[in-house]
Design a protein around this ligand. Structure first.
Ligand SMILES: Cc1cc2nc3c(=O)[nH]c(=O)nc-3n(C[C@H](O)[C@H](O)[C@H](O)COP(=O)(O)O)c2cc1C
Length: 408
């Protein structure tokens, strides 16, 4: 099951930073993804944003006082600690971080963090000198030692006029950390190389031969593997997608550039998953100048690009311990037969076949329906899933193939 916020109780702790207003939007974003969000504010946080903002956005009362009158049967900090599936502290001030590092329970938020068994994600936000102070640094180390996830702040211009690290990170990076905190870390210690997107083969300085691949499947693979603890390198053709937080993304343009990047980064990888739609052909030559409307060429001769995956398959035959090879096949008919043929011909360990004619799967769609074929002859037809769910199912298969290759 892909990690998601649906049905999760998320406790958002807001502390007294100038960035507190930003996390009001995060409370909404979590709610939109199906989480029930309870907000706890420190006394200082209330000087920056009102509890009313968070109460209105989450639809729940905001908690701030450890000693607020409550029913005899409830002790608020223990109840909130127990009810939470996930605790997010954002923004986290230097003071709150020091409080948590020392295990204090002298305000409601600190007491909840000490009492909870849920994963804790901390988003520091502070002036760069405060962030770089050794006292703050040693507090971060202590929080990491408790198993809390720290989201690295961004560097840039600050509200105080200084420039440096300490800015509250963007929601995409925080969202990834939260999903990672909800995911099993079963791919930790593994490095994977994933390719994604189309390639653009230049015809002249402005035109190219390309295809309709959006890159979504490969990016979903990179994100989901990273959430499960893997070290991921994403080699991406031209796409409009943002680089997944925490994933080393190498952007390339042509099939030849992608080929070089794959060979350069192969060392130390446990598996190569090639979800890119690499162009089979390129224009035989690329004009130095833009081809004029008045002089269109009578024909566009094409040259074949090297099949990157088939090349890796050949290398695998000669090198024991070569990474597991996973390919994607975009087919319009005879999916099973074509998938099996490519699995054999390219010497792959696993192939995911998708139907490029389906409107709800494959190129450009948000969802995919994959047929997974492996060397043992096993064929698994996955239902229509979001690309992230499909990616998670593919990693399940990669994890079990890696486990069985270790045993054999
Ligand atoms: C305008 C203003 C902005 C502040 N911004 C931050 C900040 O971004 N990060 C931080 O660590 N402290 C910041 N502080 C200081 C904290 O509000 C102060 O340390 C407070 O005690 C934090 O308490 P808390 O952690 O219980 O919320 C700011 C103070 C002021 C007056």
């Amino acid at each position: 099951m892909a990690a998601s916020f649906a049905g999760k109780n998320v406790l958002l702790g807001v502390t007294g930073s100038i960035a507190a207003y930003k996390t009001a939007d995060w409370a909404r974003a979590l709610g939109r993804e199906g989480a029930s969000v309870r907000v706890v504010m420190t006394g200082a946080a209330g000087r920056f944003v009102t509890p009313l903002t968070f109460a209105a956005l989450t639809g729940h009362e905001v908690h701030a006082d450890m000693f607020a009158p409550a029913g005899a049967e409830t002790i608020p900090h223990i109840r909130l600690a127990r009810e939470s599936d996930l605790v997010l502290i954002a923004p986290a001030t230097a003071t709150t971080i020091a409080r948590l590092a020392n295990g204090l329970a002298d305000d409601l938020l600190a007491a909840i963090v000490l009492a909870t068994r849920a994963p804790v994600v901390v988003c520091p936000a502070m002036n760069c000198a405060m962030y770089q102070h050794p006292a703050t640094g040693s507090n971060f180390s202590r929080l990491a030692g408790y198993g809390y996830r720290l989201v690295t702040p961004e560097a840039g211009a600050m509200a105080c006029g200084e420039e440096g690290p300490g800015r509250l990170p963007e929601w995409d990076a925080v969202r990834e950390s939260l999903l990672a905190a909800l995911s099993p870390q079963d791919l930790a210690g593994r490095r994977f190389l994933v390719t994604a997107g189309p390639t653009h083969e230049p015809l002249d300085p402005v035109r190219y031969l390309g295809n309709r691949s959006s890159g979504r499947m490969g990016y979903a693979l990179a994100r989901t593997a990273h959430r499960r603890g893997a070290d991921v390198i994403l080699i991406s053709g031209p796409t409009h997608l943002p680089s997944p937080p925490g994933v080393e993304t190498i952007r390339v343009r042509t099939a030849a550039e992608m080929h070089r990047a794959v060979l350069d980064r192969l060392g130390g990888t446990a598996a190569v998953v090639k979800a890119a739609a690499v162009s089979d052909f390129r224009p035989a030559s690329c004009a130095d100048q833009k081809i004029k409307k008045s002089g269109p060429p009578a024909a566009l001769p094409l040259a074949a690009n090297e099949d990157i995956l088939a090349g890796l398959g050949r290398m695998k035959k000669e090198r024991p311990g070569f990474p597991l090879l996973v390919g994607f096949a975009a087919e319009s008919r005879n999916h099973l037969a074509e998938g099996r043929r490519k699995l054999e011909a390219k010497n792959l360990d696993l192939i995911a076949v998708n139907d490029i004619l389906a409107t709800d799967a494959g190129f450009g769609a948000e969802t995919n329906r994959l047929l997974l074929l492996d060397r043992s002859g096993r064929a698994e037809e996955l239902p229509l899933l979001s690309k992230e769910e499909a990616a998670d199912r593919l990693w399940d298969r990669v994890a079990s193939l890696l486990a069985s290759s270790c045993q054999s």
